[in-house]
Design a protein around this ligand. Structure first.
Ligand SMILES: *Cc1c(COP(=O)(O)O)cnc(C)c1O
Length: 379
């Protein structure tokens, strides 16, 4: 089966990992801060905090912005459940904004309408989490303008978008947001096995996230509230977690970052090949910009044939997938009061979309085979 996404690990990656295994520190050595520095360079941000998953990064990002019980967090239904779950971990109330039918990202119009209504009702969100679906940036300048008017904070969920850009700015620069979060799960753009990272330009937020990553504990003499008893002394100043990433993973991340450009170029070549080869079939292909990280490449078909086409492809070893089952339709979210008829554009997108295989080691022959199978279905 050709999967819809997979990692590309080369000998350099393996050497980098083995080097850490032979060293003194498997965790809390220097590789994590090296990885963080590489990310600051990539994204032109001042601070990067690497953790064990994007879910953890979302959680500590929300906590650092002071999100707790009684606060409201908004995101889109067209995302993985992790985005909204992280808000629920904080005790916040989650609500959704529907997507734009063309970009599949948060609809800025819907957001504005909902914000106006929320203002009148005294129910404005504390944080909005736009998700850069498939690696394509949301309209961050417009979302930031709304944040300035309505007073909410912004966390970008850039789990799909390592290496992407918006208006010539790297995603993660936080030019239009408070914090940006990335994922390094093996199907994403680069991998550390499991892993995530948050970037920010705020020293205060960075310090809070660093502390939350490791039990809320500090050894930094400048930050102690009390007197140090000796060099062994540490203080717990807030309730944190163990969300640390290992040096083994960080070394893999650094090595993967070296190949980021070539990974992205290959994803664009593959998408272009799909677009050309599928142009005469009765389906639509995903539109994307040069700045997209192309985590996903989707086709859109009549909902009446989506399942039969999906099964036809799977039966012929093409490991297609569907992104995303709208979060508000999940049984757990239904129990929180959402109805499956809410957010119709996200539901419509779900019913028409199929994600085709796209990953850097996918060959032209494999792309051609996927196109050949698709053509066979329609003929
Ligand atoms: C993968 C993903 C996450 C969660 O990432 P993990 O690193 O697996 O925790 C969150 N949001 C989106 C949009 C994702 O695709």
């Amino acid at each position: 089966m050709i999967p819809y996404g997979r990692q590309l690990i080369d000998e350099e990656d393996i050497t980098a990992v083995v080097e850490v295994l032979r060293s003194d520190y498997l965790t809390q050595g220097t590789k994590v801060s090296d990885f963080e520095l590489s990310f600051c360079k990539l994204t032109k941000s001042s601070h990067a905090i690497a953790v064990n998953s994007a879910t953890s990064a979302l959680h500590i990002a929300l906590l650092s912005l002071g999100v707790g019980a009684g606060d409201r967090v908004w995101t889109v239904p067209n995302t993985f459940v992790a985005t909204s779950n992280a808000a629920l971990y904080c005790g916040a109330t989650v609500d959704f904004v529907d997507i734009d039918p063309f970009t599949k990202n948060i609809s800025v119009n819907e957001l504005e309408v909902k914000l106006k209504a929320a203002e009148l009702a005294g129910r404005l969100p504390k944080v909005v989490i736009p998700v850069h679906f498939a690696g394509e940036s949301c309209e961050m300048d417009k979302i930031k303008s709304l944040a300035d008017i309505f007073g909410f904070k912004i966390i970008e969920d850039a789990s799909h978008a390592v290496g992407g850009s918006f208006q010539e700015q790297p995603i993660g620069s936080c030019k239009f947001s408070d914090i940006t979060v990335f994922s390094f799960h093996p199907v994403k753009i680069i991998t550390t096995g499991e892993g995530g990272l948050a970037t920010t330009n705020s020293e205060t937020l960075a310090e809070k996230m660093l502390s939350l990553r490791s039990h809320g504990v500090t050894r930094d003499l400048d930050r102690l509230k009390g007197e140090a008893d000796g060099v062994w002394y540490y203080e717990q100043q807030m309730l944190g977690y163990n969300y640390r990433i290992t040096d083994i993973q960080a070394a893999l991340g650094i090595s993967q970052l070296d190949k980021l450009r070539s990974f992205l170029n290959r994803r664009h070549e593959i998408a272009q090949r799909y677009k050309e080869k599928l142009s005469d079939l009765p389906l639509q292909t995903q539109s994307y910009s040069n700045g997209s990280a192309l985590h996903l490449f989707q086709i859109f078909v009549n909902p009446a044939i989506r399942k039969s086409l999906f099964d036809y492809l799977r039966d012929r070893e093409v490991g297609v997938n569907v992104h995303y089952i709208p979060v508000h339709t999940q049984p757990y979210y239904q129990s929180l009061g959402f109805s499956p008829t809410n957010f119709p554009e996200s539901v419509k997108h779900y019913k028409t979309a199929i994600s085709l295989p796209v990953f850097p080691s996918l060959t032209n022959e494999q792309v051609d085979y996927v196109c050949h199978v698709l053509r066979g279905y329609f003929e």
